[in-house]
Design a protein around this ligand. Structure first.
Ligand code: SF4
Ligand code: SF4
Ligand code: SF4
Length: 179
């Protein structure tokens, strides 16, 4: 069966150490001042009834990615497992994809092309986990194949409550947050 790669983020386990951000920068040679993943520390409610949520966020590798339809050169495309990628040499840096992405997941690399999270597909193709998943000290990041009902990500989504960010966009994100 064709794989459908997804990431499941257990927000309750995240201690906001940002190791995922640093590991991604090192693995993918992300230039200074930019990032492919980032941490959102959200506090809700009013004192004394406050609740906090730490979310390691990245491109959602959307099932209906508007960045891909907006790209005039075909540089942005859907690859193996539904992973959304940018072919650097086809990218003119026009930023149409950046304007189309509701999640602000992309940036212009100093070399002129657009860049973003790749789900570390180069590692996944070697049977390894994405760098951020491997480094997380509290194991809150889970990566796998949702087309396999026995995968860890499928089991987590079947047994826990979860959300995706801004479902109203209709983009069908493939990054899920356990509550
Ligand atoms: Fe949270 Fe894990 Fe990232 Fe640390 S490495 S910030 S615990 S997701
Ligand atoms: Fe495209 Fe943005 Fe969705 Fe990633 S999060 S696939 S960049 S629309
Ligand atoms: Fe960065 Fe890879 Fe994690 Fe994406 S999957 S945020 S590229 S380390």
């Amino acid at each position: 069966m064709t794989p459908r790669y997804a990431m499941v983020v257990d927000t309750r386990r995240c201690v906001a150490c940002k190791a995922c951000v640093l590991a991604c920068k090192a693995e993918n040679q992300v230039p200074d001042g930019f990032c492919r993943d980032w941490l959102v520390e959200e506090v809700r409610g009013r004192f004394p009834n406050l609740s906090a949520e730490n979310r390691s966020e990245r491109c959602n590798h959307c099932g209906h990615p508007p960045c891909v339809s907006a790209c005039p050169t075909g540089a942005s495309h859907v690859a193996e497992g539904g992973v959304v990628l940018v072919t650097h040499h086809k990218c003119t840096g026009c930023k149409a994809c950046i304007a189309a992405c509701p999640y602000d997941s992309r940036y212009v690399h100093p070399e002129g092309h657009v860049d973003k999270c790749t789900f570390c597909l180069h590692r996944v193709q070697e049977g390894r986990q994405p760098a951020c998943v491997e480094v997380c000290p509290t194991e809150c990041l889970h990566f796998g194949d949702l087309s396999d009902p026995d995968s860890e990500v499928s089991r987590l989504l079947a047994t826990r409550t979860w959300k995706v960010l801004h479902p109203e966009t209709g983009c069908e994100p493939n990054v899920y947050f356990l509550k």
